[in-house]
Design a protein around this ligand. Structure first.
Ligand code: NAP
Length: 264
């Protein structure tokens, strides 16, 4: 893969950028000339592997540890971006979790709090910090940060579960992704006059480790025959849509939810 990121003048933060869809997105962003903040929560080894690959290809990348569910950790992470990377022009709210299959009537408060804290609040915290650095709105005391205030693009990662509902399995996850879609639509309208576009991708069944983390390591193999294309998608196929939404090639697209479900 060629890499033209040497001397990159703009940064993108990819939350959960060390594994799965986030890792593919980090690598593709670097290949398209972005300096990349590769956020991780626990797996620093995976994030460092992505960073090393980007640097070996001549690009710029930085591993950034932060639990996106922690407001304080998110604020500190953006402080490091201000200090150590070019101005932030892009944000990919990719970090996300599922949980073991459960009916709603068996879900604990702790499960629901984790699900919404990471998948929803984390995206709000990161978007808030990004907007403060990207908005072209004149300073009025409500925005600040060390960014270029040159506009930018935010891409949220939803899921086909938002429309399918995840019955008997993870309605909580589906509802969190439904919130992400409403967040995308509202924020896009809020920021349309401030140089910031906000869109989402809605992946279907994608080959990553998330299925094993939800107690279903064989999910991709079991589902493949039922999918319209008789196969799952790859993280790289989702990354292509994300990077298009980040790029100027999608300059009149905002408030959109792009399906990457193979027709599911
Ligand atoms: P994955 O392989 O399990 O990777 C999840 C990533 O999220 C990891 O990098 C992980 O960091 C990070 N993460 C988890 N909790 C975090 C937290 N509290 N703070 C910061 N980072 C955190 O999952 P994936 O399949 O690539 O999923 C990426 C996104 O796509 C998620 O939003 C998911 O809901 C969505 N999605 C996936 C599919 C699919 O079939 N795979 C379908 C639809 C939507 P560590 O490496 O540090 O653990």
């Amino acid at each position: 893969m060629t890499n033209d990121a040497a001397g990159a003048s703009r940064s993108v933060l990819v939350t959960g950028g060390g594994r799965g869809i986030g890792a593919a997105t980090s690598r593709l962003c670097a290949a398209r000339g972005w300096a990349v903040g590769v956020n991780f929560a626990r797996d620093g080894t995976a994030a460092e592997r992505v960073v090393t690959a980007i640097r070996e290809g001549g690009g710029t990348a930085l591993a950034l540890q932060a639990d996106v569910a922690s407001d304080a950790e998110v604020v500190a992470m953006f402080g490091r971006i201000d200090a150590e990377l070019p101005p932030l022009i892009g944000l990919v709210n990719n970090a996300g979790v599922v949980d073991l299959a459960s009916r709603v009537d068996a879900m604990s408060a702790a499960r629901l709090q984790r699900m919404f804290a990471i998948n929803v609040f984390g995206s709000f915290f990161c978007a808030r910090e990004a907007i403060r650095r990207m908005t072209t709105r004149p300073a009025d005391g409500t925005c600040g940060g060390a960014g270029a205030h040159a506009g930018g693009a935010i891409v949220n990662v939803s899921s086909a579960a938002a429309k399918l509902g995840g019955p008997g399995q993870y309605v909580d996850y589906a509802a969190a992704k439904g919130a992400i879609e409403s967040f995308t639509i509202g924020l896009a309208k809020e920021l349309a006059g401030e140089g910031i576009r906000v869109n989402a991708v809605r992946p279907g069944i994608i080959e990553t480790e998330i299925h094993a983390s939800g107690g279903a390591p064989d999910r991709v193999r079991e589902m493949a025959a039922q999918l319209p294309m008789h196969r799952a998608g790859t993280a790289e196929e989702v990354a292509e849509a994300i990077v298009w939404l980040l790029s100027d090639a999608s300059s009149y697209t905002t408030g959109s939810i792009v399906e990457v479900t193979g027709g599911r």
